[in-house]
Design a binder for this molecule. Sequence first.
Ligand SMILES: Nc1nc2c(ncn2[C@@H]2O[C@H](COP(=O)(O)OP(=O)(O)OP(=O)(O)O)[C@@H](O)[C@H]2O)c(=O)[nH]1
Length: 895
Amino acid sequence: MSDHYFGSDTLFSTLAESIGLIAMVWELEPDIIHLSEQWTALTGHPSADPISSAQLRKIIHSDDLMVMNDAILRCLKGSDHFYDAEVRVLHRNGEWIWLAARGRVVERNAEHRAARIVASFLDIGHRKRAELILSESEQRYRAMFNISPHGILLTKPDGEILSANPAACLLTGYSEAELIHLGHAGLSKSADTARSSLPLTGLQMGSRNGQASLFRKDGVRLDVALSSATFTDQSGAMRISVMLQDITDSIATERKLQRLARLYDARSRCNQAIIQSKTPQALYEAVCKIVAECGDFGLAWVALVDWQTRQIKPSCSEGRERAYLHSAKISIDPTIPAGCGPLGRAIRESRNIICEDFQNAPSTAPWHALAGIHHFRAIAVFPLQQTGQTIGALTLYASDKDYFDAQLVELLAEIARDISFGLDNLQRDIALSSSEARFRTLWETSTDGILMMTQESIIRYANPALETLYGHPGDQLLGKSIAMLQPARFRTSHDEGIRRFLRSGRRMLNWRGASVVALHADGHEFPMEISFSEAVIDGERLFIDFMRDITERKRANDLVSHQNAILKMITSSVELPITLAAVNQMIEGQVSDTTCCIQGLHESDGSFSWQVAENLPESFTHFMLQLPTGKAGLPDTALDAARVVADLECDPDYAAHALLAREYGIRGTSFWPVQGRQGQSLAVLVLYHHGSRAISEFEQCLLPSVVDLIGLAIENRKSDERIRYLAHHDDLTGLPNRARFMQELTLATARAARGGHQVGLLFLDLDRFKNINDTLGHHTGDAVLREVANRLRHAVREVDMVARLGGDEFVVMAENFFDLATLTGIAQKLIEQISQPMDIEAQEFHLTVSIGISIYPVDGSDIHTLIKNADMAMYRVKELGRNSHQFYDEQMSAG
Ligand SMILES: Nc1nc2c(ncn2[C@@H]2O[C@H](COP(=O)(O)OP(=O)(O)OP(=O)(O)O)[C@@H](O)[C@H]2O)c(=O)[nH]1
């Protein structure tokens, strides 16, 4: 402030200085501003010299000039004061400082215009800085409030909403006004009153952090994260700022993750159940329970389908809404609405069907009302398959729409596939266990020996029958070479066979029913039928051998084929000794340690006259043959009934030949009488046993039939002989018959033709034989004929043949005669013999005979001509008076 001014008004000056407030005195005309020292203190500018208003304006911030102008203008317009004109003044140090100016008009001119203004300044820099910070903070808060992506509510502690930012409006779907109207409580209630109310716990409690659910205006439930802070507003009232962050998605994701984690757990638990379940029903129940629990499904159930009736039947169900199934009608019949729902389609089409809005989908219309009661909003159906065929479905109901996201569906589908897989396994297991049981039974109870051997012929497995078959305990077989079951001579060919097969696949042996020779543990060999197959068991290629002891079968077959051979021999007229030798051989093949002898009876005297015993020493059989029946040889009863002598040495009846028997290594014997069809004794079959033993059951069966066979052979032989005899002999007289005679005549004429000699043929016909028949009967006639034959046979040489042609006609054939006189001599001798009286049946007969003679080749070059001519000559004799003979001559034929 200038000295002259302040100096001239000491009071004012003193006042100004003392209070330190007055900074300037502005004389408006002329424009002079006097500055005090306080100005200097405030602005750093000198105050000794007055300045003009223009100079003042230069150091006032351009933004604030208007403020200064307004203040002055107000004074100029008549106001005496101006207050708090806040302006920025450039401090001498170059910084802007805030000053609040307050002025007063202290002098006016005659026109009452302000002539002098006194102004004081207050340093308001501190306040301005505070205001700035506050303003910036406020701006930041406002900005944050308005543009925050998170909802912010300003509330009273009682939950009344005072303000809501745009994000909160966006989040909740309500306007700010609506929110203010609703308050906390309203937000935590759904607009849809049917839905449950979830409290905004965090808001109500005013906790700093929390989580809550609220319902949007459109009814959608939101999950929000809460972050609240309590503060006091300018009025000192307590306020709460609540920040809402929509975490619905992350909560949903988290829930899904949790649900998935639970379902993954469920899957592993299901897999456990699949392994542990023994039946499909147990599997369904276990899986249903697990899935319902882990997936938080209101209902999980397994439906089974009956394809014939098209009915769906719940196999099991789990979940709090199980009652749904009592009322729900579900089918797979596509012709009715109940069959066109997700379950019906899923089963028919064998595919997963997910319905994310169960209560609104057209296809689920039949169940909308019921589903509403049970809060089902989404459904997922996963068909279950067994061996490729859909047998039902796993069906799950969730209380939220869109519950089944892709990941969940995939997981549940996997569980369904696991169940299907489990069902197949279970079926396989059941089949396997029943097959295993069957196999076990077969393995353990089979009468066939079964062994499995490696490619190296090492025995891997052997069943109990095999042990019995070979006489080796099982533990002695396992791990051993199969060679121990084979006679040494077959081992090399077995090994070569296996090697060849492994190399080329060629089978030299019949794999089904090959006959081999097996070696028993006790060293004996026995016939075995063996069938092979190949299998890979536990990764190892094995040969499986099925073995059957065919000793009995072979014996039976041998027996049958032997019997057939013997029967053939019998019917083929093979010599009896050869046939009986075959019988002995058959018995010796069937009965171990036995040698046979068949001792035949002489037909006439009943003594043993022949024997067949090719395997007994001749000295022994000769000795035995000599022994009379009932003495030391065969027992008295040998021809009547079979008898067994187990040990000759212990039987006093056989003391005589026990010694001899021992010499030939014979201990026991048995006798089997052979009888003919009429019960007549034919022979005895004698079995000599090399050890002391009783007859076995088999032998008891075998030997009677063998004995019959022997009887048949002997009788057949006799019949044969008879037939053969009758074929060539006259049954009545025993003379060769016509057929035989014709053969012999043929041969004789052939010989004569070759040798150039002659054959004489004498044709005999008894004279008036008919009378005998007629008077005394045929029987006597037969006796006469036999006597005639006898006489004729004895009347001629051995070389001359006598035959009966039939009736009372006989022929004599003479070869190698010298002349006709020889033939005449024969004829006369025959006539003479016949004419001798015959005593037959106490009567005497006198017979004569007429004889015609022809000679080969002169009287006929063939036998028929020869016979005819002899016959003609005989008739000539008859004509001439009988009882004589005639040679044929050609005139007889002419006559
Ligand atoms: N007893 C018996 N009579 C037989 C047999 N075969 C034929 N006769 C009979 O033998 C008789 C043969 O008679 P013939 O040769 O025709 O006549 P005959 O009485 O001998 O008279 P002649 O030959 O003219 O001298 C017939 O009565 C036959 O029935 C037979 O086997 N036994």
